[in-house]
Every structure is written in structure tokens, then in C-alpha cells.
Design a protein around this ligand. Sequence first.
Ligand code: NAD
Ligand code: LMR
Length: 329
Amino acid sequence: MTQAPVNVTVTGAAGQIGYALLFRIASGQLLGQDTPVRLRLLEIPQAVKAAEGTALELEDGAFPLLAGIDIFDDPKQAFEGTNVALLVGARPRTKGMERGDLLEANGGIFKPQGEAINAGAADDVKVLVVGNPANTNALIAKAHAPDVPAERFTAMTRLDHNRAVAQLAKKLGVAVTDIRKLTIWGNHSATQYPDIFNAEVKGQNAAEAVNDQAWLENEFIPRVAKRGAEIIEARGASSAASAANAAIDHVYDWVNGTPEGDWVSMGVPSDGSYGVPEGLISSFPVVCKNGSYEIVQGLEINDFSRSRIDASVGELVEERDAVTKLGLV
Ligand code: NAD
Ligand code: LMR
């Protein structure tokens, strides 16, 4: 071990994503094989016992990088000194429910968590919101953490990004590693826009390689955007291991940097780029370096992409207006 343990807080630790996530964090996949971690788990009181059970199993993993585990039911304590905060705990969408239905139920969770991050997190804290509706939950948490730089609040669209890479690779019969520069724009919801016009396949423009607008509009975009619902329908529960995998990818790249010549998708506070209203947490193409990220600038946005981006951003504006009315931001 070459450094002091990094404090990683995971909310919803006893949930299904938590179960898939914690062992991978303990094994070093979140931050890297040189970085010991101390886990701080947050649960609601009724689920603390289950979190304790997971902690027993973590102990049984004898993970060399795991420096300790503490379990809390109080956000103030759970976020004390945290360097990486994974806000997973929320109410998952169940069959027939739209993500918007969850705004009010989840708003109450992310306000006190934002306050607790503001009060006690480490100066370098990085926050990833996974719990849905992720973008707007991140907006709520950010609004209650005025002393934390806004750009530290991010929302997860990496699962959508990974889904889009996989579907495109399948269509073209290439490896996922042959695909670069794919972008998810907007909201982590059915309005999201997976953009292949700026993506590359083995160096060739991906939209040209596909050359099939009907597939793009009628298969690829809806497949990616509604994949969460497809998983719920098939599994009877929302995605868990793939979501945990995406959370690992998001934080790993944020901390360790994105590969040269590629970018990833992250929900981040808009600086007004690409006409997205400033402050909204919207998904953009980003490159990460030295522990921070920048929105990729200067991409050409064609009319088709423009209308899709505008629709998803419009939904984010509606969500922001709804939580503003509820007094949550
Ligand atoms: P789950 O119901 O299995 O677990 C959620 C856990 O959160 C439960 O153990 C619950 O007790 C806990 N919890 C609830 N309120 C809490 C609070 N205030 N503080 C701490 N813990 C709290 O759900 P899951 O399948 O693990 O999913 C978690 C969230 O992630 C859901 O909102 C789901 O929709 C979302 N999700 C997002 C993505 C994405 O790509 N952004 C992907 C998959 C799932
Ligand atoms: C997903 O994309 O799998 C999750 O956000 C679950 C959902 O509600 O779609």
C-alpha cells in the first residue's frame, strides 16, 4: 500500500446495487490497485442489520486493500471525511412506473445527504448519484451543498454509455474496444440521446459505418434508452450488477483519467455548453485528467441530434421546475 486509505461512502449499502458494488470497491476496482479504501455504509435503520451482514461477508473476503468498514443510519456521520460518495440508496422504479414518479419520494433523501456532504465531507470529495431520478437527485444534493464546488456533483449515465457501446459493437460485429467517442446526452431516462454521429469505429465515423437511419431511430436509440425497462421486465427487478459496474467505471475514470483519444459520458452540471442551461445536471461527453473532468468542446451537432438533445434537456428542465416547486432546490 502506497497511501492512506480513501474514505468511500456508499448509501443504500444493503440494496441490490450495493451488494454488487461493495466487493468490487473492496477489491480495488473503484480507485486502483494501489489505493486502500475505508468503507462507510449508510442505510435506513430497518436495513442496518442487512448491511451488517454484507460487512461480515466483506470481512470474509480478506481484501488486502480494505482498511475498515463502518455502518451508519445517520447521513451526517456517514459522510464525515468522505472522499468518494456513491449515492445509491433510493427507491427503485418498479414495473409500470416512470422515473418522474419518483421525484418527490427521492427528493427527501437527497436534501439531507447534500447537507451532510456540505457539513463534513473531505475537501476533495467526489459525488456520484446513482439513485433515480439520478440527474435531478444530484441537482437536489448539489443545491444543499453550497460550500462544495458544484462540479463535484455528478450523475450516472455511464450505464447508458456502456449499453450503447455494446449495442453498436453488436450491430457492426466489432469488439466493444473498437468503439470510441460515443456520447449519451441529457437525462438518464427514456429521453436520453445516445449519439453515434461523433463516435468512431476503428477510426471510421460510426454513423457512416452503420449507414442505417431506420436502425438508428427505431432500434438503437429506443433499445438503449429503454434498456432499464427491458431489464426490469426480464428480471423483475432493476439492473444491479451492470449498474454497479458502471459506477465503478465512472469513478475509476474520473480519478484515473480517460484513455487518450476517447471520452466517456457523465451527468455533470452544465456550464452552458451545447445550449444546455447552466446548472442543470445533464449528460455530456467528458474527458478526465488529474482527478477532474472537462466537457468535450466543439463537436458538430446535426439537426437530428439537436432535436433529441433538446427533448431530453427539456425533460430535465421540467424535473428541475418540479423539485423547485416542492422546495427541494
Ligand atoms: P434497492 O431497493 O435494492 O436498494 C436501495 C437501498 O437503499 C435499500 O437497501 C434501502 O434501504 C436504501 N435506502 C433507501 N433510502 C435510503 C436513505 N435515505 N439512506 C440510505 N439508504 C437508503 O435498489 P437498487 O436496485 O440497489 O437501486 C438503487 C437505485 O439506483 C434506484 O433508485 C435505482 O432506480 C437506481 N439505478 C440507477 C441506475 C443508473 O444508471 N443511474 C441504474 C440502475 C439503478
Ligand atoms: C436502469 O437504467 O437500468 C435503471 O435506471 C433502472 C431504471 O429505472 O430504468
